[in-house]
Ligand binder design. Structure first.
Ligand code: NAP
Length: 298
């Protein structure tokens, strides 16, 4: 039997509609809308297309969006001063600095200069700490892991007591999603294992998973025989495996052998159209939350 498809494209639409409605309500009651600034340094084409999508989505949900593009040779000091300006700007609730930054600028120094209460990406050490503590401490969960958890919740998958296996231990996906799934609360309370390149028997761990979250960046790493029948499989991997000759677009593949896995899993995310669309969606949600924290209504 074929697995239920968890479509990020559909969940994105639901969440963006919810955000749009809430923004309109807040505007009516409080006379303000969330403000998001995106700082882009230089003209990296991949960064430009990602930033363009962020701006489009922010406009769609009714935010004020500032696109601040800086020359590639901006000094680190000037970039830090710019961040300080937005930290102090009351109309801005979220600050994003698109990475990678040019080599003469220290990414870490810049990201750490963002006010943690405007760090809607959730990468500032203060927000990483808040996530680790869990519960009411959490302000801005990082966007891709937050999207994964939201998909699991909206697909109706039971997480309490579930065996969750996370493949990958990066700071942006593996470690935070593992941490989120083991916290007390909705969409969590799971028993979590993280596996990586030094794990002795990857297959054996994956086979135990009621929920298997794969973020390795290796096409078809997870074989169908590693999947427990009926498991929920979340494939975070986005791998360019070629180019479509007709459209000229990249051919994308996940970390899971999707065609075979969908015959075994209970539910599964496709690539593309699975986790991918959730990241910017959760960024919008974090920016809305930031304004709500400020207004004391979250
Ligand atoms: P990363 O920083 O490269 O980390 C990959 C992790 O996977 C590492 O912890 C690595 O282990 C582990 N790993 C790699 N090969 C493995 C193997 N053969 N067996 C077991 N573990 C293995 O990657 P990332 O940033 O987390 O991203 C992972 C994937 O998700 C990429 O394809 C990326 O494009 C995608 N992604 C998608 C979204 C989205 O859709 N919105 C967002 C972020 C990332 P070691 O630590 O031992 O090296």
């Amino acid at each position: 039997m074929s697995a239920q498809l968890i479509k990020g494209t559909e969940i994105r639409e639901q969440i963006l509609e919810e955000i749009t409605a809430e923004v309109a309500q807040i505007k009516e009651k409080h006379g303000v809308v969330p403000g998001l600034v995106t700082i882009l340094v230089g003209e990296n084409p991949a960064s430009i297309s990602y930033v363009t999508l962020k701006i489009k989505t922010a406009h769609r949900v009714g935010f004020t969006e500032i696109q601040d593009t800086q020359p590639v040779d901006i000094s680190e000091a000037d970039l830090l001063a710019l961040i300080d300006k937005y930290n102090k700007d009351d109309s801005i609730n979220g600050i994003l600095v698109q990475v990678p930054l040019p080599k003469h600028i220290d990414d870490k120094k810049v990201l750490n200069a963002i006010d943690p209460d405007k760090d809607v990406d959730g990468f500032h050490p203060v927000n990483v700490g808040r996530l680790m503590i869990g519960g009411d401490e959490v302000k801005f969960p990082p966007c891709t892991p937050a999207g994964i958890q939201e998909m699991i919740i909206r697909a109706g998958v039971e997480t309490s007591g579930a065996e969750v296996v996370v493949v990958g231990r990066s700071n942006i996906v593996g470690k935070p999603i593992a941490n989120m799934m083991l916290q007390k609360g909705k969409g969590a309370n799971a028993t979590v294992t993280i596996v990586h390149t030094r794990t002795k028997d990857l297959a054996a761990h994956c086979k135990r998973a009621d929920i298997l979250i794969v973020a390795a960046g290796v096409p078809d790493l997870v074989k169908p025989e590693w999947i427990k029948p009926g498991a929920c499989v979340i494939d975070v991997g986005v791998n360019r495996v070629g180019v479509n000759e007709k459209s000229g677009k990249a051919i994308l593949k996940g970390d899971v052998d999707f065609d075979a896995a969908k015959e075994i899993a209970g539910c599964i995310t496709p690539v593309p159209g699975g986790v991918g669309p959730m990241t910017i969606t959760m960024l919008m949600l974090n920016t809305l939350k930031s304004l709500k924290f400020k207004l004391g209504i979250e």
